[in-house]
Design a protein around this ligand. Structure first.
Ligand SMILES: Cc1cc2nc3c(=O)[nH]c(=O)nc-3n(C[C@H](O)[C@H](O)[C@H](O)COP(=O)(O)OP(=O)(O)OC[C@H]3O[C@@H](n4cnc5c(N)ncnc54)[C@H](O)[C@@H]3O)c2cc1C
Length: 430
């Protein structure tokens, strides 16, 4: 049984291939193939029921790194963490990073992931300078924005369907040290969030907000705004004491419930904050959840969902307010509730999720029909606002919703490898 990060859905696969040399000569079978990176997607985009998964973690070699220019070429199964371990001591950093460093370069490209700096850097694909795509007929396509551009733009955000990315080259950004300067501010309502955000986006390259999804009435939309930048050259950097814990068991039910959540949220909202920016190591700033390994098990055996949408700028304020009310009234939701604006830099991918607007992401324990009912209500708000859901966080959106949100889907089908498919793709093309 292969699982994605949410441990839902649970799908049987025919076979899982892990050897690199096999990819060059795929076995003859009627089954479909799908690349699988580190399984950090939240739904079925990395799953392929009854088909074959091509595990890419063995594609783990660095090919070239130019320390003077920050250009890095590596195989597609290399983890972002492995890149950071190599390049941060040499004063380089990833140009875009999601909220976990345990994803592969192939997964970052295929889902065209975004980070806290979307408003000034776009998404991961904007920083890929070249990649190689291996098709099931053995053809190798080396592509970028100048060469075989149609394959390049189909593969960025291409959900693993255009073939196997074997290697990629990315342009890193320079940093002075591994530290960040971080400013945290409490906000008491969504109105205050919009005010802070408007000002902060001009000043800070990294911004994100946590909000208390259960708080209703006067506390509705309260949260904490986080803004950061790479620390300049500074003397007297603090000592880093890094330590990861592991969530040790599979509880039969979710430990996240309205009672525990109200308590956690209230404690978090009222935690002491410094009025001045403070130094923080990049790991707790970018990857707070990585500090508790296997945290996804907290949600119990039924797993969980993430609901992530983006609403266009003109519809965002009203839409997010309505969604926040619905979520608070439902009593569902989790500690992870993130609000972030996406900027105007266009994504290169035909099917990229990130686009100008505001994104809201929340985790929900899988409480069966009750959770589905809430999602259907949220879908209606997103649909009316001409917004979209994120395929890499999805296990249930309808075919109609998908096609409305990704108008290039039909053109994209021209680039799908005839031997590749996924559970996600079959579900949204029913
Ligand atoms: C704690 C946490 C925080 C996250 N935060 C963010 C965030 O801030 N922003 C964001 O955008 N995402 C975020 N994500 C989602 C995650 O970044 C993406 O789902 C990412 O694509 C997972 O990469 P992976 O290597 O685990 O790939 P998988 O999940 O295994 O696969 C993802 C997709 O990539 C394809 N793929 C993988 N390797 C290849 C390859 N070599 N060639 C072709 N296709 C390939 C797969 O077929 C699949 O379609 C987060 C996930 C977690 C668990």
């Amino acid at each position: 049984m292969e699982l994605s990060w949410t441990r839902y859905p649970r799908l049987e696969h025919r076979k899982v291939l892990t050897l690199y040399d096999r990819f060059a000569n795929l076995p003859k079978t009627e089954a479909f193939f799908l690349p699988h990176g580190n399984g950090r997607s939240y739904g079925d985009v990395c799953l392929n029921e009854d088909g074959m998964l091509l595990h890419t973690r063995r594609l783990d070699r660095f090919i070239a790194f130019d320390q003077a220019t920050g250009r890095l070429r590596c195989e597609a199964g290399v983890l972002l963490k492995e890149i950071l371990d190599l390049v941060v001591p040499q004063n380089w950093f990833l140009p875009v990073t999601p909220g976990t460093q345990f994803i592969t370069v192939g997964g970052a490209i295929a889902n065209d992931v975004h980070g806290k700096n979307h408003h000034c850097a776009g998404s991961f694909g904007n920083h890929v300078t070249c990649l190689e795509l291996l098709r099931s007929d053995g053809q190798r396509i080396v592509c970028n924005m100048d060469k075989a551009m149609d394959w390049f733009t189909a593969t960025i955000g291409g959900l693993g369907l255009t073939g196997l990315i074997t290697w990629a080259e990315i342009q890193l950004i320079p940093v002075a040290n591994p530290w960040m300067l971080v400013q945290s501010r409490r906000f008491s309502s969504l109105v205050e969030f919009w005010e802070i955000n408007q000002e902060a986006e001009h000043r800070w390259p990294y911004t994100v907000a946590w909000f208390d999804c259960l708080s209703a009435g006067r506390g509705q939309g309260r949260g904490i705004y986080l803004a950061g930048q790479h620390a300049p050259i500074t003397e007297n950097l603090p000592q880093r004491h890094s330590r990861s814990l592991r969530f040790p068991l599979d509880p039969p039910f979710s430990l996240i419930n309205p009672l525990s959540l109200r308590l956690i949220n209230a404690l978090y909202y009222h935690k002491p904050l410094k009025s001045e920016p403070v130094l923080s190591h990049f790991e707790p700033f970018f990857y707070p959840l990585d500090g508790l390994l296997d945290w996804n098990r907290i949600y119990g055996r039924r797993g969980f969902f993430q609901y992530q949408c983006v609403l266009p700028p003109e519809a965002a304020q009203e839409g997010i307010k309505t969604m926040a009310k619905k979520i608070a009234a439902s009593g569902q939701g989790s500690f992870l509730a993130v609000l972030k604006t996406f900027g105007k830099i266009p994504s290169r991918g035909l099917m990229s999720f990130a686009r100008s607007g505001v994104t809201l992401a929340l985790d929900f324990p899988n409480c069966g029909p009750m959770t589905m009912r809430l999602f259907n209500e949220l879908d209606a708000i997103v649909g009316n606002a001409s917004g979209s859901l994120n395929p890499s966080k999805d296990a249930r959106m309808s075919a109609q919703m998908f096609k409305n949100s990704f108008p290039n889907w039909e053109h994209f089908t021209d680039f799908i490898d005839p031997k590749f498919s996924s559970s996600f793709w079959r579900r949204v093309n029913k």
